[in-house]
Design a protein around this ligand. Structure first.
Ligand code: GDD
Length: 331
C-alpha cells in the first residue's frame, strides 16, 4: 500500500486530496498543528467525514526538528506540501510570518526529506500568484514571474527551492502552478466563498449588503476537486516537472457576483457595495492559465465548468443557511 503525507490536510485542498488518495487505496497521513488536534471541532471540520481513515501527526512548519520527527516516524512514498499562509491580503498585513511559514517551511520540509527519505516524491503547491503582474496571456509554465505580494514572493521562493532540490539532489520534486480553485469547502475569507455565503445570508434575511474590494479583478477559477487529481497525476509521471493547472477561462469578481446572486434569484446590483477597505496595496489584475501541457502529458481534464462551480457553492450555502448552520457560524 502506498503511503502519502499531506501538509495542510485540514484545508480545502487537503481534504479533497485525502479523499482522492484514500479512494485510490493509499494510506494517508496528515501533518497538522497541535492546536488542531486539541480543538478538533473547530479545526478538523473538513476531515470529520473521513473519521479514523487518516493518520494525523502534530508538527509545525516553523520547526525543522518537528518535521524531522514526523518524517522519522512514518516512511512515505509521496509528500504533498499544501500547508501555507494562503490568504494574499493577510500577507500584506503580516508579510514576515507569511514568508517564514511559506518559504522557510518549504525549505525545512525539503531538507528533512532529503536527510531521511530522499526517494520520496514531493509536490509543492505553487500558485498563479507567482505570475502576478502578468507578462503574457494566457500564462504557461514558462511565463516569467512578477509576484505582487509577500504571499506571491513566498511561493516563488518555494518554487525555486523545489526546483533546486530536483536539480541539486536528483529528488523527484514537482511544482504545481495552480490557478484559483474553489468549492463549498473554501475558506470564508476568499472572495468566492465570501460572495456565496453572503448571497445565502441575504436571501435568508441575515444580511442586507455585501462589501467587496476590487470588482474588476479577473481570475481563472476552477474546482478544487478537479485540481487535487492533477496533483496526484504529477507525482505519477515518469519525470519530475512543473505544470500549470487552470480552467483556461477568466471572469471578473463582478461576473462571479452577478452569477451567484442570480442563482438565488437576486440582482447583485441591489446588494454589492465596493469598499476600498478591501483593496490590496498591489493587485493582480488578470489571471488566465493554459493547462495544455498537463492535459497532454498527464491526461488531466477538469470535470466542472465555471457555472457548475458557482451553482454548487451557492446551493451549498443556501442549504447551510436554511438549516441555520450559517446563522450560528457567521452572525
Ligand atoms: N478575499 C477578497 N475579499 N478578495 C476580494 C474582495 C474581498 O472582499 N473583493 C475583491 N476581491 C478580489 C481580490 O482583490 C482578488 O483580486 C480577487 O478578488 C481574488 O481574491 P481571493 O479570493 O482572496 O484569492 P487570490 O486570487 O488573492 O488568491 C487565491 O488564489 C491563489 C491562486 O492564484 C488564494 O487561494 C491563493 O492562496 C492562491 O495561491
Amino acid at each position: 500500500m502506498r503511503k502519502a503525507l499531506i501538509t495542510g490536510i485540514t484545508g480545502q485542498d487537503g481534504s479533497y486530496l485525502a479523499e482522492h488518495l484514500l479512494g485510490l487505496g493509499y494510506e494517508v497521513h496528515g501533518l497538522v498543528r497541535r492546536v488542531a488536534l486539541e480543538q478538533p471541532d473547530q479545526r478538523l471540520g473538513r476531515l470529520t467525514h473521513l473519521g479514523e481513515r487518516v493518520v494525523l501527526h502534530a508538527g509545525s512548519l516553523e520547526s525543522y526538528p518537528s518535521l524531522f520527527q514526523v518524517l522519522s516516524r512514518c516512511q512515505i512514498d509521496e509528500c504533498y506540501h499544501l500547508a501555507a499562509q494562503s490568504f494574499v491580503a493577510e500577507s500584506f498585513a503580516d508579510g514576515f510570518s507569511t514568508m517564514n511559514t511559506n518559504s522557510n517551511g518549504t525549505h525545512y520540509l525539503l531538507a528533512a526529506l532529503r536527510e531521511l527519505q530522499p526517494g520520496c516524491r514531493f509536490y509543492f503547491a505553487g500558485s498563479s500568484e507567482m505570475f502576478g503582474k502578468v507578462r503574457e496571456t494566457p500564462q504557461v509554465e514558462t511565463t516569467p514571474f512578477h509576484p505582487r505580494s509577500p504571499y506571491g514572493i513566498s511561493k516563488v521562493a518555494g518554487y525555486y527551492l523545489t526546483l533546486n532540490y530536483r536539480e541539486a539532489y536528483q529528488m523527484f520534486c514537482v511544482n504545481g502552478m495552480l490557478f484559483n480553485h474553489e468549492s463549498p469547502r473554501r475558506g470564508f475569507e476568499f472572495v468566492t466563498r465570501k460572495i456565496t455565503h453572503n448571497v445565502a445570508r441575504i436571501k435568508f434575511g441575515l444580511a442586507s449588503e455585501l462589501r467587496l474590494g476590487n470588482l474588476e479583478a479577473r481570475r481563472d477559477w476552477g474546482h478544487a476537486a478537479d485540481y487535487v487529481r492533477a496533483m496526484h497525476l504529477m507525482l505519477q509521471h515518469s519525470e519530475p516537472d512543473d505544470f500549470v493547472i487552470a480552467s483556461g477561462e477568466t471572469h471578473s469578481v463582478r461576473e462571479f457576483c452577478e452569477l451567484a446572486f442570480a442563482e438565488a434569484g437576486l440582482d447583485y446590483l441591489d446588494f454589492v457595495k465596493e469598499d476600498p477597505t478591501f483593496y490590496r496595496p498591489a493587485e493582480v489584475d488578470l489571471l488566465v492559465g493554459n493547462a495544455a501541457k498537463a492535459k497532454r502529458v498527464l491526461g488531466w481534464q477538469p470535470a466542472y465548468s465555471f457555472r457548475e462551480l458557482v451553482s454548487q457553492m451557492v446551493a451549498h450555502d443556501l442549504e447551510l443557511a436554511q438549516r441555520g448552520a450559517m446563522a450560528e457560524m457567521f452572525l
